[in-house]
Design a protein around this ligand. Structure first.
Ligand SMILES: Cc1cc2nc3c(=O)[nH]c(=O)nc-3n(C[C@H](O)[C@H](O)[C@H](O)COP(=O)(O)OP(=O)(O)OC[C@H]3O[C@@H](n4cnc5c(N)ncnc54)[C@H](O)[C@@H]3O)c2cc1C
Length: 365
């Protein structure tokens, strides 16, 4: 056992999104005084995610299992398009995704945290923290015994406290359309194209009451992604034609794809979610890991607050995913992605088997 925390233990979490709110929920449920700093006045506004959840979020038995049903829509399979637009349908019996009304889902999560006792400070921007005694003084927000950086891919907490920072990114652009019907709405439509989406894919999803069309590629200037997105809209017109439809929302953002940062923690401070680089380098999905490890970080910090274990920055972060296989696959895709190969092999068994492993979350490491 290490330090015995003082009686007035308080945890400050920066960021009220999937990672921060899951951590806050876990801490507040265990009676730890928790404040969440979120720079936006509304955690559901200005999101940068498609918000598709993998089934595992529900299977894990965590709090998102209680997400109201009207905020989700089940998606049972994938249609994968080769660069020449020929496609294959992929299914895995029993596996599904959930499209979400993400703004409402995040508002629901924030409200649950507030109800359980977390101090939700919305419109509160973290600017700086400095060490003070057994904790930190956070500029404008008082003293805290523990600090959690859940502030996204370009984490200020990480920079400020000399923790590792994400260096490798994909950049995603997505438009949302109202009243748009798409064929096969129960599938995630994924498009491979090395010219438009090098290093990743384009996608079409029938979400909850809206349709989302997006594209992510190896990080270049945001302008390049926007130009590629326009060309993508033209290309997919035979599947879904939005060339003359104005999107109701446009969003864009960085997706870390280089694996967990180093160091990801220091005494009494740890990163979780995108700030920690906790995004699958293959699927670019980060919501499941943000929720799972956010909740677990909350449990570990609560145990520390109760004097039951050593500082989680010394042991808990060892449980973070290392993504060894996925990083190797990302390297391979970055170097050998070939439109010709996908055009030739899209119907072949090995390509379909590999795609099932990737999409249906069967690659665990
Ligand atoms: C276009 C796009 C589509 C995506 N689609 C999917 C998908 O369908 N499924 C999936 O699993 N993953 C997807 N991802 C990845 C996923 O969105 C992230 O992995 C996930 O949002 C990570 O959650 P997080 O809580 O770690 O961080 P974030 O969601 O980035 O949240 C960080 C929070 O911190 C706040 N914040 C930042 N700085 C400060 C500060 N200084 N003070 C106070 N608050 C601050 C922000 O306002 C924000 O609320 C997508 C990403 C992009 C860019």
């Amino acid at each position: 056992m290490g330090l015995i925390p003082g009686p007035a233990f308080e945890c400050t979490i920066v960021g009220a999104s999937f990672a921060g709110l899951s951590c806050a929920m876990s801490l507040a449920e265990r009676g730890v005084a928790t404040q969440v700093l979120e720079r936006k006045a509304d955690p559901g506004e200005r999101l940068h995610t498609t918000g598709v959840l993998v089934r595992d979020v529900i299977d894990d038995g965590g709090w998102l299992g209680e997400l109201p049903r009207e905020l989700t829509r089940r998606i049972d399979g994938v249609r994968l398009y080769a660069p020449d637009m020929r496609s294959v349908a992929l299914n895995a019996p029993g596996y599904y995704f959930l499209a979400t009304d993400t703004p409402q889902a995040l508002r629901w999560m924030a409200e649950r945290c507030r109800q359980i006792g977390a101090n939700m400070r919305l419109g509160a921007t973290y600017t700086k923290a400095r060490r003070e005694g057994d904790g930190f003084r956070v500029d404008g927000f008082g003293r805290t015994s523990y600090l959690v950086g859940a502030d996204g891919p370009k984490s200020r907490v990480a920079r400020d406290l000399a923790l590792g920072e994400n260096r490798k990114f994909l950049f995603g652009v997505e438009c949302e359309y109202e009243n748009l019907e798409i064929a096969e709405p129960d599938r995630l439509h994924c498009f491979i194209d090395r010219r438009l989406a090098p290093g990743y894919i384009g996608w079409v999803v029938a979400g909850v009451g809206i349709a989302q069309i997006g594209l992510a590629r190896r990080a270049a200037a945001p302008g390049a992604a926007k130009a590629a997105f326009s060309a993508f809209i033209d290309k997919i017109a035979p599947v879904v034609d939005v060339r003359r439809i104005k999107p109701s929302h446009i969003r864009a953002g960085y997706i870390p794809c280089g694996g967990v940062v180093d160091p990801v923690a220091a005494e009494r401070v740890l990163l979780v979610g995108d700030s920690a680089g906790m995004v699958s380098p293959v699927t670019a999905g980060g919501i499941h890991t943000a929720i799972k490890h956010g909740e677990a970080a909350g449990r570990a910090i609560a145990a520390f607050a109760a004097g039951e274990c050593d500082d989680p920055s010394r042991w808990f972060v060892e449980t973070y995913p290392r993504f060894r296989t996925k990083r190797a696959l990302r390297w391979f895709y970055d170097h050998f992605q070939s439109d010709l190969a996908f055009n030739l092999l899209i119907g072949s068994r090995p390509i379909q088997a590999a795609a099932r492993l990737v999409f249906f979350h069967r690659l665990r490491s």
